[in-house]
Design a protein around this ligand. Structure first.
Ligand SMILES: Cc1ncc(COP(=O)(O)O)c(C=O)c1O
Ligand SMILES: C[C@@H](O)[C@H](N)C(=O)O
Length: 358
């Protein structure tokens, strides 16, 4: 009988806090399609101000936020976007920018730290003289933090350099900032400075901030007006969304300050795992709230064996592949949960590696 649950599958798994539920229940609402919902308006104004952009728009998900931003920037047939071959938009969003948005992806290898080589970005930009044959480059996309690199942060210097390339070539820059607040806390750089070079950003409320639903896209006033129309086209125009935005306003207040502790707990877990026989964690690469844990060849360990054994103790993780497990820390994981997880890992590793001893 499982006594305790420690859900490390993602930072998308958090449950609304009592304060969020209370705010949801008493939220001031109105029809956000026919006019505007006052609580949504409050959230959008707050996020726009934090990000240093003219306007903002609440959207149901980060996937829809990215799709809307890319479709607004690439509103001409034959458009192409430069993005990382291991970025969320390219790997986990069902190819929506192409199947729905009609935008051609030009992928560049993501480096281990989540960046793309600046020279490779510039070399990938299509020569306008070749438009008889080639798509036209209109947009560059970055992701900060970079999830498939283990939550690595893109520096403000790197982001500004990509912004300079975009400007030099008359392109726009979009940042998938699903975990931008994690990057801001880890780097000690305000979010508005991190995205200063960007023409649009999509930031998730439903990840480290712990809101139950939603993301917000930011950009210029005219960009957000086009984004609002596209949101409706995609079926994302919702009515009394103040119920959801009220929870997000609480999340901003309650959980933004806690992200630094999420990062400390992540480091504690990474260091503990890295001391275990047959397990490897690149602790130096653990910058925010994610850990990629690898099993050493010959260790008898597999991700599925560990996942199964941990689940018996209430610890939920997602294998990345047969020899790698991803773990994501969030505000509902306590330091005690981290110690409990380490003790269960130790027991599971020993049981798998030395079954005769058990
Ligand atoms: C980096 C990144 N971007 C975008 C998304 C999409 O957000 P959503 O799940 O709300 O569609 C996610 C994960 O969910 C993500 O990790
Ligand atoms: C899997 C992915 O879509 C999600 N963003 C996560 O990080 O959990």
């Amino acid at each position: 009988m499982v006594m305790r649950t420690v859900d490390l599958r993602s930072d998308t798994v958090t449950r609304p806090t009592d304060a969020m539920r209370e705010a949801m229940g008493s939220a001031e609402v109105d029809d956000d399609v026919l006019g505007y919902d006052p609580t949504a308006r409050r959230l959008e104004e707050e996020i726009a101000k934090m990000m240093g952009k003219e306007a903002a728009l609440f959207v149901p998900s980060g996937t829809m936020g990215n799709l809307i931003c890319i479709m607004v920037h690439c509103d001409v047939r034959g458009s192409e976007v430069i993005l990382g071959d291991n970025c969320h938009i390219h790997v986990y969003e069902n190819g929506g920018i192409s199947t729905i948005g009609g935008v051609h992806p030009k992928t560049i290898k993501n480096e281990e730290d989540g960046t793309m080589d600046l020279g490779a970005i510039e070399a990938a930009i299509r020569d306008p003289k070749g438009s008889t044959f080639y798509p036209s480059t209109r947009l560059i996309c970055l992701e900060n933090t970079h999830a498939n690199s283990g939550g690595r942060c893109l520096s403000v210097e790197y982001t500004d350099r990509v912004g300079e390339i975009a400007k030099r070539h008359g392109l726009k820059l979009h940042i998938d900032g699903a975990r931008l607040f994690n990057a801001s806390i880890a780097l000690g750089v305000p979010v508005h400075r991190l995205v200063q070079a960007a023409d649009s950003v999509s930031v998730c409320l439903s990840k480290g901030l712990g809101a139950p639903i939603g993301s917000v896209v930011v950009g210029s006033q005219s960009f957000i007006e086009k984004a609002k129309t596209l949101r409706k086209t995609l079926g994302g125009g919702m009515r009394q969304i103040g119920v959801l935005c009220a929870a997000a306003l609480v999340a901003l207040q309650e959980n933004l300050p806690k992200l630094q502790f999420d990062h400390k707990k992540t480091k504690l877990l990474a260091e503990g795992l890295n001391q275990m026989k047959g397990i490897r964690v690149n602790v130096a690469a653990v910058e925010t709230n994610m850990i990629f844990m690898d099993m050493e060849d010959g260790s008898k360990l597999t991700a599925e064996k560990l996942r199964k054994s941990l689940a018996e103790h209430g610890i939920l993780v997602i294998p990345e592949n047969s020899s790698r497990i991803r773990m994501v820390i969030h505000h509902q994981i306590t330091t005690s949960d981290v110690h409990y997880t380490l003790s269960c890992f130790k027991q599971a590793v020993q049981m798998i590696q030395e079954p005769s001893r058990n």
